[in-house]
Write a protein that binds this ligand. Sequence first.
Ligand SMILES: [Zn+2]
Length: 67
Amino acid sequence: MATSKPPNNNGKRKCPNCDQPTVPKFRPFCSARCSQLDLANWFNEDYSVPVVETDDFDEDDYPDEER
Ligand SMILES: [Zn+2]
């Protein structure tokens, strides 16, 4: 018996958030919502990681959180 795998990477990809088929407009996600969600996740993780500060950064944008 031959195992038939579902076409996974056969042209179409799945949304990393909800496993729905990707919509070209929102690649690699299935919807604007999922892309936003992922971005939010990204941001959250980014915030917990120490960021290298650049001199170009405007301190005014960050009311004293770190300094
Ligand atoms: Zn999705």
